[in-house]
Design a protein around this ligand. Structure first.
Ligand SMILES: *Cc1c(COP(=O)(O)O)cnc(C)c1O
Length: 411
């Protein structure tokens, strides 16, 4: 256990790509007294957070809120619209895409896992984990599927294990151009409220998201945004569903209530988060993350290290994956940075374990906390004996100085 005197001074730097740092305003909102979830006050809270989430997802259709981590909302997405043995097309972009595919297998679905073959000559890492979703390859596969056996296309919007943000509108076009009726399901657990996401305009049928990434909340609640086509599919789908079933939730949500006890205090936090996000404006928030990401990539370039994402068209605004030189254990590096500087960086997951680390630039951050984060990384790299081409911190300072932060027009 932590003893009092082991508590480090100052704030811990939680620079993993979720859970992200939670603003004090939200922490205070979480500590309000818990109320009756069947009482009149609750209905106001329930209706307000659902309406706010619809604005953030950019949808006019229902959004379900689950008292569960993002993994629960993944399961909800699959079990509501699919039947045992259904074929689904999933795309290997990294660890989270792989976990969703494994879940589909466990649920008795028949996922096809589309993957970019080969490994990168420079880093030895799988190419599939350095690129985004290949919409053309999806279109091609769907055109081959003349009997329409594939019931859904499932893709990860912001692949948090690598730092790649795929083009979801292109996937929608590929499905439409192939004239295929498959549902489009999108994991935007780490994309929502940090990277642009347009549920209705992009024609997404089921979106999955969670609280602890761009929404700046602690972990514990997660979401499904639906389309009328997904709701219709859920009426005929045969996988067993009870807790996750949309019908009762959507019905009771009309009055601001849930079929069971919702996470009252996390909903207070969500209310506060939505007020902050909507007052600032989504465009300002997206521009802010893009600017942070540019500065962090500038730092990595100055150090002379490769980015995990090999395609500039799909660089993530939310996090940056950094590949360590051959022979340098990225987890040992992370541990030493944590021990010396009280800074948490994201670990390499699955097929890239030990070969890369991730810098989160989301949640309650600003230019100076990011500069401090980069300083911690730079010191750690030097202590590990890694030769650096130049100072990444200096490069990021130059970037921030040259590019003023985007400001909201509403304040
Ligand atoms: C965080 C994350 C998950 C997993 O969510 P949990 O809340 O840990 O269950 C899934 N997909 C993506 C893209 C994520 O970033």
């Amino acid at each position: 256990m932590l003893s009092l005197d082991s508590h480090p001074s100052g704030r811990h730097f939680l620079q993993i790509p979720g859970p992200s740092p939670v603003p004090d305003r939200i922490l205070r909102a979480l500590s309000l007294p818990t109320i009756d979830h069947r009482g009149p006050e609750f209905a106001v809270l329930g209706k307000t957070v659902i309406a706010g989430l619809q604005q953030v997802f950019q949808t006019r259709h229902p959004v379900a809120i689950y008292p569960a981590s993002g993994t629960g909302a993944w399961e909800a997405a699959l079990v509501n619209v699919l039947s045992p043995g259904d074929a689904v097309l999933m795309v290997e972009t990294g660890h989270f895409a792989t976990l969703w595919q494994k879940m589909a297998l466990r649920l008795g679905l028949a996922p096809e896992f589309l993957s970019r073959p080969g490994t990168c000559a420079q880093t030895g890492l799988p190419l599939a984990w350095r690129h985004g979703v290949d919409a053309e390859a999806i279109g091609q596969r769907l055109r081959e599927d003349r009997e329409h056996r594939l019931k859904a296309v499932c893709v990860v919007h912001n692949e948090t294990s690598t730092g790649v943000t795929s083009d979801i509108a292109a996937v929608r076009r590929a499905i439409d151009d192939a004239g295929h009726p498959a549902l489009l399901m999108v994991d935007t657990i780490s994309g929502l409220a940090s990277a642009e996401y347009k549920h209705d305009a992009w024609g997404v049928d089921v979106a999955v998201s969670g609280s602890q990434k761009g929404l700046m909340l602690p972990p514990g609640i997660s979401f499904n945004a639906l389309s009328p086509k997904a709701l219709a599919a859920s009426r005929d789908a045969k996988l067993p569903k009870a807790f996750w079933a949309w019908d009762e939730i959507v019905e009771m949500n009309r009055g601001g209530y849930w079929p069971y006890t919702p996470s009252t205090n996390l909903l207070y936090g969500l209310h506060e988060a939505l007020e902050m996000i909507l007052a600032q404006g989504l465009d300002v928030i997206f521009a802010r993350h893009q600017r942070w990401a540019s500065a962090v990539r500038g730092a990595v370039a100055a150090w002379g290290l490769p980015l995990q994402c090999a395609d500039p068209a799909v660089f993530s605004p939310v996090l940056t994956g950094v590949v360590t030189p051959a022979g340098v254990d990225a987890d040992a590096l992370r541990q030493s940075i944590h021990q010396r500087f009280d800074l948490s960086l994201g670990t390499g997951l699955g097929r890239v374990k030990g070969r890369m680390f991730r810098i989160g630039h989301l949640g309650d951050s600003n230019d100076l906390t990011l500069l401090a984060t980069l300083a911690g990384v730079e010191m750690g790299l030097k202590l590990a004996g890694i030769p650096l081409a130049a100072s990444g911190v200096q490069a990021a300072m130059d970037h921030f100085s040259a590019h003023p932060a985007p400001t909201s027009t509403t304040t």
